[in-house]
Design a binder for this molecule. Sequence first.
Ligand code: 4NP
Length: 176
Amino acid sequence: MSPKRIPPPSERIPPPSRRILMVCLGNICRSPLAEGILRDKARAAGLDWEIDSAGTNGYHHGEAPHSLSVKVARLNGIDISTQRARRFTAADFQRFDKIYAMAEDVVDEMRRIAGRQFDATKVDLLMNEVHPGSNEEVPDPWYGPESGYHEIYALIEQAANHVVEKYGIKESAKNR
Ligand code: 4NP
């Protein structure tokens, strides 16, 4: 076996400048859309962010996003069909700089799962990026019709624009 080659600094891939996690209950309706929309906007803004999503209940582990989330994303030019659901874990507090929950019940579950590792400084409701401190939720579309998925798409898109503006400007200036 040949010794493992250590790449020179010029060839090393730098770590992402920001790691963001989107969290809902099932990780099949809201947070996969949030992951896909923010990834699309960050890429368009030239930001090397790592974006992921997870669900607190784990009922749909390994599944693709809900067909209506996939459809609504596709109608907006985003492909989220290859995402797979996973459960939120306490270790996500080590891996991510910022964790956005879609609703208050999601934060409660995150607190229960993470226990002592829960870090309130990293957590916020996603819609607080649009209306700070208002604690508005991205409503769960799971039991409703397709219109609910279009509504949450619009809410999440608005919030993603704010996130890219808020953090992106600082980071693109840093990379210059
Ligand atoms: P999500 O919607 O949290 O936006 O993915 C849900 C999907 C599935 C369930 C709950 C919410 N469920 O209980 O199976």
